[in-house]
Write a protein that binds this ligand. Structure first.
Ligand SMILES: *Cc1c(COP(=O)(O)O)cnc(C)c1O
Ligand SMILES: [Zn+2]
Length: 378
């Protein structure tokens, strides 16, 4: 059973959005206890309505939480990184794909998604692993180098002209016609996968802030749902403040939040280096706004700030993509504004790996000769 995040009406599992208010649906809140086990899916099995079979897994989840000493000292706060780049296809999307696939296997042998890169790779990999045919819809603007990590798994890549925000709705429509189940960005079962990030964080740290790069809003909703479930189960006392981090060049949620609006408006000319968070009309935008109203916050960063943050994370040994670096860029702003107090425990969700998109990175190289190698070190 699914519940509308806005009006609370109930629907069968195959629905994707509320036909009355067109808002996203979600599974009920689950309560339970933590079990023993080395995988998050086993420890938190009480919080899932179906069994998550280990044989369907590619080893997603249970990612490291790292303390970042240099940045912590520099900003006079305690910064931790939840390193989601260590998932099987190098982004957190795998958590959602794994859980959603358990549902898909019961209803269809064909699956689809709409992608700017990471989602496509994730769905393609799990579909290949599970012997399900997959269709990945990408936009015309996607850089060529992002296609190989999707194509390698043997899925059908369909390059679609037109508005990426629109494609989400169109794909669901056509999917129904053709018997292809679309596990897009904020699919209810996908969001169930994302909530495991909150579980893993709560096991390790009592954080003050969790910074979440946000595009469609699926990840933000998932982490929030996870924390709410932990609180309802008396497993934590307080939910950390959740910070929605967006790129200034495409910030529909921030725009509505900062103007006190109830609903997001489409961004007409999205333009940011952070491609993975460039959704001009996020399908869970209004749902995120409702969560923000409960005492959470939203902030943006410019592309130059994002690229600067990407370099700074590399100084602590972490190579993330621009969409992930937005988290640190936003923290620097919030510390400067004194919105984040000195000494706070701040968790960055490092959503995806840097190797996926290397074109914008500038590096220095020195050319040397083998006959004169010692000279090179002067
Ligand atoms: C998908 C993605 C996001 C945003 O997630 P949403 O669920 O769409 O809000 C952030 N960072 C990276 C690297 C992503 O791939
Ligand atoms: Zn509704």
């Amino acid at each position: 059973m699914l519940i509308c995040t806005h009006c609370g009406r109930k629907y069968p599992a195959e629905f994707l959005r509320c036909p009355i208010c067109n808002e996203p649906l979600q599974l009920p809140y689950f309560e339970g206890k933590i079990k023993k086990g080395n995988k998050v899916w086993k420890r938190f099995a009480d919080f899932y309505p179906f069994t998550l079979l280990p044989k369907n897994s590619l080893g997603e989840g249970d990612t490291p939480l790292l303390y970042l000493p240099k940045l912590s000292q520099q900003l006079k706060i305690n910064i931790y990184a939840k390193n989601e780049t260590q998932n099987p296809t190098w982004s957190f999307k795998d958590r959602g794909t794994f859980v959603a696939m358990q549902y898909v296997l019961n209803i269809s042998r064909r699956v689809g998604t709409v992608s700017t890169g990471n989602m496509g790779a994730s769905v393609a990999a799990y579909a290949a692993h599970l012997g399900v045919k997959s269709y990945i819809l990408v936009s015309k603007e996607i850089p060529e180098e992002k296609l190989a990590p999707i194509g390698i798994y043997g899925s059908e890549i369909l390059r679609v002209m037109g508005d990426y925000g629109e494609l989400y709705y169109k794909s669901i429509e056509v999917g129904k016609e053709k018997g292809i189940y679309f596990i897009n960005s904020d699919n209810p079962f996908r969001v169930e996968g994302y909530k495991s990030i909150a579980y893993e964080l709560a096991e390790k740290i009592d954080g003050d802030y969790v910074i979440i790069p946000t595009s469609s809003g699926g990840l933000f909703r998932g982490i929030h749902k996870g924390y709410v479930e932990l609180k309802r189960s008396d497993l934590i006392e307080d939910i950390p403040e959740l910070i929605c981090a967006q790129a200034a060049g495409c910030s529909p949620i921030y725009n509505a939040f900062s103007q006190g609006k109830e609903r997001i408006e489409r961004v007409e000319h999205p333009n940011t280096i952070a491609h993975a968070i460039r959704n001009p009309y996020p399908p869970s935008g209004n749902a995120v706004l409702r969560i923000l109203k409960e005492g959470n916050h939203c902030e943006i960063a410019e592309d130059h700030e994002i690229l600067e943050a990407q370099k700074e994370l590399a100084k602590d040994g972490l190579f993330v993509q621009p969409a992930s670096a937005v988290s640190l860029a936003v923290v620097k702003k919030l510390v400067a504004q004194e919105k984040i107090e000195k000494g706070s425990k701040v968790i960055l969700v490092l959503t995806g790996a840097g190797l996926k998109y290397i074109l914008p990175i500038r590096i220095n190289i020195r050319d040397c000769s083998i006959n004169d190698l010692s000279r090179c070190f002067e």
